[in-house]
Design a protein around this ligand. Structure first.
Ligand SMILES: [Zn+2]
Length: 477
């Protein structure tokens, strides 16, 4: 009771009570993917879902291009010997790798693997690309599909065996340069999160939970309706761990050859899953206007003069087309109720209803998807009204999600205080054995310590030692 119930409202019973079924149904019904492809863990991106992903990619590209990254595309296959160079990385991924061992009728001399991520594809050539300090920093990224043989139950967009992936890789002359890159990555994440209305916690993972081969990892965790968290992005400081294994060196200003310092920043199609989970309701998706594949739908409600109403709709569509708004007209033969249902299911941010009354009075009825709020708008003020509606929706959707995240964080002094599905915050002594004990006792993960240090003075929630370090603990998806 209590907080758990605050997250629910009348329209939102199923999402909170039976999240998995609600989610699994909605992604397909709303047209984001087709799960009937006959390979487990591999779904088809249908047009509506792919457009949403591409819109998120567009925002990501804009942000990373703006910080001097350049887009590349590396081959999918990686030779076994390159994969085997960094010991921790192999240990972290070997259970998940797909192998190509035969071509036609012949066994391959050198087995090839499908990239689970592209360190081992890229780093062998980085040494050829980076000769001197003048070549640094090297900042590249790609958006590709990657393959990981998941053994846990797969879930559309959240846990797939083939998934769409953004990965940025950088090389720097110094550790400070790499540290500054991590700051920049977190700024990019922050800006992107506003575009997709997805607040998150930036947490430095524990040593036993960091990315394989990394010095440390910052995870961006979003809250799901279950009270569990989902990692949306991983930002990794490699220091020289990979550059030593792959011999990536440069000649510095002092004439000495040194190993580069490296970072990576990864995000995946989980962003789509998070948008669905965080903002959707029992009527369907609720998509942030900035990334929605379809931003406005015009619904003609025809009882009288069909042509007059349709022309009025076309006229409005033309105005919106001109300023680059993604808009369509639902001129199907369905009843108005079915048309509303469809627009709600797809999460189209704004619906414009047009009947003969609207035509006569030169107005439209504007309906916001997130609140259901209706307003009457003059036809010749439609562009301004839509722009300000989008702006309010972006802000309010972000704020609502942020409040939900904050309302679901509870401070604890002792492990016995943990009794719900939410995020707990408490002291930790930073001892690995104690940390693992916390995870065993609670059946939850230590997500990590805040990247932006939070002042804390107290005791470890498990062993009672004095502690100035605070950790977040939750179950994860
Ligand atoms: Zn402890």
């Amino acid at each position: 009771m209590g907080k758990e119930d605050d997250r629910k409202n009348e329209d939102n019973g199923k999402k909170y009570e039976d999240f998995n079924n609600w989610y699994n149904e909605i992604v397909e019904e709303a047209g984001l993917c087709d799960k009937r492809y006959p390979v487990k863990g591999m779904n088809i991106w249908t047009p509506y879902g792919w457009k949403l992903m591409q819109n998120i990619d567009r925002e990501t590209r804009r942000l990373v291009n703006g910080t001097g990254h350049q887009e590349v595309k590396f081959p999918l296959l990686v030779p076994e010997k390159e994969f085997e160079k960094e010991a921790d990385h192999i240990a972290g991924f070997e259970e998940e790798v797909y192998w190509v061992t035969r071509a036609g009728r012949n066994e391959l001399d050198i087995p090839l693997l499908l990239r689970p991520t592209s360190e081992t594809a890229m780093y062998p050539v980085f040494d050829l690309w980076v000769r001197s300090h003048a070549d640094l920093p090297l900042k590249i990224y790609q958006m590709v599909n990657v393959f990981r043989y998941e053994t846990k139950q797969t879930k559309a967009f959240m846990r797939m065996r083939e998934f769409h992936f953004f990965e940025a890789h950088t090389c720097h002359a110094t550790e400070e340069g790499a540290e500054a890159q991590i700051e920049e990555d977190l700024e990019i994440m922050e800006e992107l999160s506003e575009k997709i209305c997805m607040p998150y916690l930036a947490l430095v993972r524990t040593d036993w939970d960091k990315f394989p081969g990394a010095e440390y990892t910052v995870g961006a965790d979003a809250l799901m309706p279950t009270g569990r968290t989902l990692q949306m992005a991983g930002i990794h400081q490699y220091k020289t761990n990979f550059s030593e294994a792959y011999d990536i060196t440069f000649e510095d200003e002092d004439g000495k050859h040194k190993n580069v310092h490296q970072t990576t920043y990864g995000m995946a199609e989980r962003l789509v899953g998070a948008i669905v989970a965080i903002h959707g309701d029992d009527k369907g998706l609720v998509l942030p206007p900035e990334v929605a594949p379809l931003q406005v739908r015009i619904v003609p409600i025809i009882y009288g003069d069909e042509e007059e109403v349709l022309n009025y709709c076309k006229d409005i569509k033309e105005k919106l087309d001109k300023i680059g708004i993604e808009v369509d007209i639902d001129d199907s033969d369905e009843r108005p109720g079915s048309k509303f249902y469809d627009a709600e299911l797809k999460g189209i941010p704004v619906r414009l209803d047009v009947g003969s009354d609207e035509v006569e009075e030169e107005i439209v009825t504007l309906v916001r998807r997130d609140t259901g709020e209706k307003s009457t708008v003059k036809k010749d003020e439609i562009l301004d009204e839509i722009a300000s509606t989008f702006e309010s929706m972006q802000e309010e959707m972000y704020e609502r999600a942020k409040k939900e995240l904050e309302d679901n964080i509870e401070d604890i002094e002792d492990l016995s205080d943990i009794d719900e599905e939410k995020i707990y915050r408490g002291g930790w002594c930073q001892e690995e054995t104690c940390g693992k004990e916390i995870e065993d006792i609670t059946g939850r993960d230590i997500l990590g310590t805040p990247y932006e240090i939070e002042e804390f003075e107290g005791e470890c929630v498990n062993c009672g030692q004095k502690s100035e370090t605070v950790v977040y603990i939750s179950k994860t998806h």
